[in-house]
Design a protein around this ligand. Structure first.
Ligand SMILES: *Cc1c(COP(=O)(O)O)cnc(C)c1O
Length: 389
């Protein structure tokens, strides 16, 4: 592990998780519960370490996308409630019960098979019912003419043997986008969600313990949608404009090192395809960071990485294992110098924008050969290399 450091690595600042959690907590108030979304290995940050940090901070729930992700947390010491947002094959129901993991119910067919399987196992599966209010992905369809069918289906699921419907939730499609049309769409989704909840609760004669819908956009912008619990992901990791406005800190700083320096005359074509040609004597640094580490190739010739002398432009196509930066006017940048790809100094939001994507994709893309180094109170608390050795 030590030997791979100073190639390319990700510093994960768990104090930034704590800071961000505390700021969001302050904003939502003490009556609202906090679910931290740690799916996809906590957006590439490491779900075990982020999960443990949230558990210590007193967060109420975690969410992941699959049974494997949930069980990984359980076998690594996470005891707090965990919700699986996505698809779980019915064969896994016994394990979910054994590990006390909550499952989303996304349609009538899933309710039927989870109920039957839970009964067969002789246990009770804790579930949250997903309502499709306009995301058009998972959940009971409840819009317009589907309202009655939706409410019937949800009520039925809540009464099925083997299922304990602890919660109900929906997901917003455009809560993080601006403009009246988007705001109205979110309002419509929320209004429909609350009408569905009321109809189901009237039918059942009791209330859901956990009603939740606020993702990052809604947590930042729409306090009226908090209900019993908020469910942010990106905000917790400190990226995006809402994080900036709230004074949150980026959790990951991705770094690499200058491995080789070359000086080329004018007219030299750099890298595959020769898409960048030097127009004068040019000093180029080769970095051991390529698309196999998670660098998006669409950023070729289209972003700057941050050296100790400031931003250095990326030159030529990004390769599988390497890329090149222009350090012509940066004499102190030498072989072995650290370069920040994104993080504290080089905003991931700008790089994502250049790539025509969102910061989520960039942190999720950081591949398993990039070691994660976890910091707490300024000290390294764990180094993790995800290769098997
Ligand atoms: C990923 C996800 C979230 C978190 O979204 P952010 O935009 O990162 O806050 C919340 N709810 C569901 C259902 C999700 O899939």
């Amino acid at each position: 592990m030590e030997s791979t450091l100073r190639r390319t690595w990700a510093d994960v600042n768990l104090d930034a998780i704590a800071h961000n959690y505390n700021v969001i907590r302050q904003k939502i108030g003490s009556d609202v519960k906090f679910l931290g979304v740690v799916k996809a290995d906590a957006y590439g940050h490491g779900s075990i370490q982020v999960g443990k940090t949230l558990q210590e901070l007193g967060a109420d729930y975690l969410a992941v996308s699959s049974a494997d992700e949930a069980i990984e947390l359980r076998v690594n010491g996470i005891t707090m409630p965990i919700l699986i947002l996505g698809h779980t094959p019915k064969e896994q129901v016994g394990r979910l019960i054994e590990y006390n993991i909550t499952q989303a119910i996304t349609c009538k067919a899933k309710a039927d098979e989870y109920s039957a399987e839970a009964v067969r196992c002789g246990g009770t599966l804790k579930v949250h019912i997903k309502v499709d209010t306009g995301m058009s992905r998972l959940g009971y369809l409840c819009d317009n003419t589907n309202f009655e069918t939706g409410v019937n289906g949800i009520s039925e699921a809540c009464m099925m043997p083997g299922l304990d419907a602890e919660g109900i939730f929906t997901h917003f499609a455009v809560a993080d986008e601006f403009g009246e049309e988007c705001d109205n769409y979110t309002k419509h989704q929320f209004d429909l969600f609350t009408r569905v909840i009321k109809a189901v609760e009237d039918r059942l004669g009791h209330k859901f313990k956990l009603r939740h819908c606020a993702n990052t956009g809604a947590t930042a912008r729409f306090p009226e949608t908090y209900l019993d619990m908020v469910r942010p992901g990106l905000l917790l990791y400190g990226y995006g404009e809402f994080a900036r406005e709230m004074g949150l800190k980026p959790v990951m700083t991705l770094k690499t090192t200058v491995s080789t320096i070359k000086i080329y005359p004018a007219g030299t074509a750099i890298s595959y395809g020769g898409t960048f040609v030097t127009d004068s004597t040019t000093r180029i640094g080769v970095l051991p960071y390529g698309y196999a580490d998670g660098f998006l190739r669409s950023l070729s010739n289209n972003c700057s990485l941050y050296t100790k002398e400031g931003p250095a432009k990326l030159r030529g196509k990004i390769c599988m294992d390497m890329c090149m930066i222009d350090i012509t006017d940066m004499p102190t940048v030498d072989v072995g110098s650290e370069v920040e790809i994104f993080g504290e100094k080089n905003s991931i939001d700008e790089i994502a924008e250049n790539a025509g994507t969102i910061p989520y994709e960039l942190t999720c893309a950081v591949s398993k050969r990039v070691p994660r180094v976890y910091y707490k109170k300024g000290e390294v608390v764990e180094r993790e290399l995800m290769l098997r050795m």
